[in-house]
Design a protein around this ligand. Structure first.
Ligand code: PLP
Length: 394
């Protein structure tokens, strides 16, 4: 059977592939320490699980729901967004999906025609480009400056713009760098997008995970014009430790949201009902669990960062949010006698049983991504093993 080029040209997710490799070695009995995963290691908070159980027991979770999501969840999203950002949305400006990832997929399907261009600053979350291309669009990868903490500037956007530019993807706090755009930086980008009629795809999934006094400004909150130009992508996976429940949401222009919901209706019908009831509780119930988990991540960051920064050859700026470290290891590679980051990452796994993700999947060739969404012992032992690995090679 001849398969579709659409899938043959599609690369599997680099992060999921790295995590799967670490898992299979672990299952084979190897003492692997994995810093690959992009998901909190906490159990979903109990009050959220209880709400899900109630929806099973009282029968609400037994049936199909509206494709955009149950009205209670739409309302909870509107209220949570208003409380967190001060921005108001109407019900027809919200749609729910099976994770933020599906909503990004639906959004690109909804807005891109063949050859439309989407600006994606490096380093980028691994799925943006693949999803743009699945929708027939063209990813325009924008190199960013390490000195500017890999944040895209209006000058970069101006240089990348063509008559086919349709959208810009912004992810703050960023996966993988953990850096946050300032209000002034976002305002400049937002105004540029309005002037150029470029849709802003604002991936705010790590918005609640910010540390050491840093704050997250949602771009949609900066002006009515910027809000109109923006589709916000968010979800419960990272802030409420609910990756397995697969609930995300999108907010923005009703005409685009309507098309995204239509795609849901013709593909998955609706996001899983029980997960939607759980998400209602996550967004409208007691929020103290979010702060408790945030504090644990902050402590891990503050402990792990100086150790990683001190590794031979490593260059890194302290992340401000999300749960990743993204060191530039170009000097380390040279010291260890490597020219290719993938080979270094492979040997680290084989020789010291530490799994990290190569920066190549994020569009940079001399970085690695280390997730600290794992317990402190694993983080500390993994960094120690990385140090042993480097010292052995020097
Ligand atoms: N956006 C970013 C930047 C992410 O890191 C992830 C998950 O890793 C997602 C979106 C998707 O999140 P989910 O589909 O679990 O809601």
């Amino acid at each position: 059977m001849e398969l579709a080029n659409r899938v043959l040209n599609l690369k599997p997710s680099a992060t999921l592939a790295a995590a799967a490799k670490a898992k299979s070695l672990k299952q084979a009995g190897k003492d692997v320490l994995s810093l690959t995963l992009g998901e909190p290691d906490f159990e979903t908070p109990q009050h959220i699980k209880e709400a899900a159980k109630r929806s099973i027991d009282n029968g609400s979770a037994s049936f199909y729901t509206a494709s955009a999501g149950i009205p209670e969840l739409i309302q909870a999203i509107i209220e949570r967004t208003q409380a967190d950002t001060g921005v108001s949305y109407q019900a027809d400006e919200v749609t729910v999906g099976t994770g933020a990832k599906f909503l990004l997929y639906a959004l690109f399907q909804a807005v891109l025609n063949e050859g439309d261009e989407v600006l994606i600053p490096t380093p980028y979350w691994v799925s943006y480009g693949a999803q743009v291309e699945l929708a027939g669009g063209k990813s325009i990868i924008i190199e960013t400056d390490e000195k500017n903490h890999h944040k895209v500037t209006v000058k970069d956007l101006e240089n990348a713009k063509t008559s086919r530019t349709k959208a810009l993807v912004l992810n703050t706090p960023s996966n993988p760098t953990g850096m946050i755009y300032s209000e002034a930086e976002l305002r400049a980008i937002g105004e540029w997008a309005v002037k150029n009629n470029c849709l802003i795809v604002s991936d705010d999934i790590y918005g609640k995970l910010v540390y050491n006094g840093h704050t997250f400004t949602p771009i949609c909150s900066l002006s009515e014009a910027i809000k109109k130009q923006t589709i916000v992508i968010n979800g419960v996976s990272k802030s409420y430790s609910m990756t397995g429940w697969r609930i995300g949401y999108a907010l923005g222009d009703a005409a685009i949201i309507k098309q995204m919901t239509k795609l849901t209706s013709q593909s998955i019908s609706n996001p899983t009902a029980v997960s939607q009831y759980a998400a209602v509780e996550a967004l409208s119930g007691d929020q103290s669990c979010v702060e408790e988990m945030r504090q644990v991540f902050e402590e891990r960051l503050n402990t792990a960062f100086p150790l990683v920064e001190a590794l031979p050859g490593v260059v890194i700026t302290k992340p401000q949010g999300a749960f990743y470290l993204y060191p530039d290891i170009s000097e380390t590679l040279t010291l260890c006698g490597y020219t290719d980051v993938d080979a270094w990452v492979n040997d680290l796994l084989e020789e010291e049983l530490v799994a990290v993700v190569s920066g190549k999947g994020f569009g940079t060739s001399s970085h690695i991504r280390m997730s600290y969404a794992t317990d402190m012992d694993t983080i500390l032992s993994a960094v120690k093993r990385i140090e042993t690995f480097i010292n052995k090679k020097i």
